[in-house]
Design a protein around this ligand. Structure first.
Ligand code: KG4
Ligand code: ZN
Length: 398
């Protein structure tokens, strides 16, 4: 089964073309084409994502990403793709040289897709709509079924997938990923710029949120603290790099930050107090590089302590057999290690699935993979593509 996936929920414009199959409970995904463009540099001066800018950029970039994904897929296809209107695969030269809808439809119809799938929430609604309207036009022009995908389900299911075998087709290496041997219940810790939640997955597509942040998402806290330290947006990777330098030296931290809700009886979390504590701790101070690094380390240690304590609680409470982390913050080297140590030391009967680093941040491959698991298990639904709506606060729970 072949799908084209579109992701525009935040500040990444992603389009991916995947082939998926299911055999004896093993899902295999082949990435035929994958185009991703981050707008992070454009949003950096605002210290976060600026919705109307994101919308404009998605609109501009979607046709370019589509052609790029098709160029890659064309190399990976055994059948030949012909570029419509006698053109050759290339980027447009300027605004007047843009791709017409007919051109894109003629290109996409050669991919022989079973479905087009698009993120319809959660996320920034103006950004989500750009992907949805683009997908709706494409689905109509090519008479292909259209399906809405939950962005968080994309993070969760794609994080369960692992690197599979690669093979060479006409001199091109085809990457394969697969989801196999999933033991339920699965506990997922989804950590991104908009979400921080524990999801219990008792079976395929059966989700219950058993704990969440009561205020800011952890990625937001990383970004805000980075800003206080004068680091660029997105701050997560910057904090991570700095904290690692501090760990290899031994500069003592200037302050000790609070560990919020560590003692509370449930799996909820809170990160806004941490941000405020960082604000007060840094107010009026000029830190040198080593002190900044020590501060970044203290912040990361705090987040690590919270995640370890809450994950321990969630694993005991749910009796989960599999633990998986997903979302942009799941790329964090130190947090991955802390959680790995927890599982090795205290839960050696629980399998820990760590996502490949290229899948943690927002991308369209994860949307394609979540959609493929649905389509391969449930078949292609009869949905009127015009009914798909952007839902900013879309939940995983039914
Ligand atoms: O999942 P994602 O790409 O977008 C959302 O759906 O929000 O997550 C983005 C978040 C940002 O806050 C970014 O700073 C954070 O993930 N992030 C990290 C790291 N890489 C990205 N946070 C901590 N450590 C990292 N290595
Ligand atoms: Zn995300």
């Amino acid at each position: 089964m072949r799908v084209l996936a579109i992701e525009t929920s935040c500040d990444e414009t992603g389009i991916a073309i995947l082939e998926g199959a299911e055999k004896e409970g093993v899902f295999t995904f082949e990435i035929l084409g994958n185009a991703l463009l981050s707008q992070a540099a454009l949003h950096a001066p605002y210290g976060g994502v600026f919705p109307s800018l994101a919308k404009r950029e998605h609109e501009k970039n979607l046709p370019v990403m589509l052609e790029q994904a098709c160029i890659e897929a064309a190399k990976n296809f055994s059948e030949k793709i012909v570029w419509p209107e006698g053109r050759s695969p290339r980027r447009p030269r300027g605004p007047k040289d843009f791709f017409s809808e007919k051109f894109l439809a003629a290109l996409v119809s050669q991919l022989e897709l079973d479905a087009i799938v698009v993120t319809h929430g959660p996320g920034l609604e103006p950004a989500l709509w750009t992907g949805i309207t683009f997908a709706q036009k494409l689905a109509k022009e090519t008479a292909t079924p259209l399906l809405g995908v939950n962005h968080m389900e994309g993070h969760l299911l794609s994080s369960l997938a692992q690197k599979g075998n690669s093979h060479i087709l006409e001199n091109v290496e085809i990457t394969t990923r697969e989801i196999r041997d999933v033991q339920f219940p699965v506990l997922g810790l989804l950590i991104s710029g908009g979400h921080t939640e524990f999801v219990l997955m008792s079976d395929w597509f059966e989700y219950k949120i058993i704990g969440r942040t009561l205020d800011d998402a952890v990625g937001e806290a990383f970004d805000k603290v980075a800003r206080l330290l004068g680091l660029p947006y997105p701050g997560g990777p910057e904090i991570s790099k700095l904290a690692d330098t501090a760990r290899s030296s031994s500069v003592p931290a200037l302050v000790s930050l609070p560990r919020p809700m560590l003692k509370s009886k449930n799996c909820d979390m809170s990160f806004s107090g941490l941000k405020t504590a960082a604000l007060y701790a840094l107010r009026g101070k000029t830190l040198n590089d080593a002190q900044k690094a020590a501060f970044a380390q203290e912040f990361e240690d705090t987040v690590g302590d919270v995640f370890v304590a809450k994950t321990r609680k969630a694993l005991i409470e749910t009796g989960a057999k599999t633990f998986v982390i997903g979302g942009g913050v799941a790329a964090n080297r130190y947090l991955r290690e802390r959680l790995q140590t927890l599982l090795l030391d205290e839960f050696d009967d629980v399998e820990f699935r760590l996502p490949e680093l290229h899948i943690t941040g927002d991308n369209a491959v994860m949307i394609a993979e979540a959609a493929l698991v649905h389509l391969l298990r449930e078949g292609i639904p009869t949905v009127d593509s015009e009914d798909i709506r952007a839902v900013g606060n879309l939940s995983l729970e039914k």
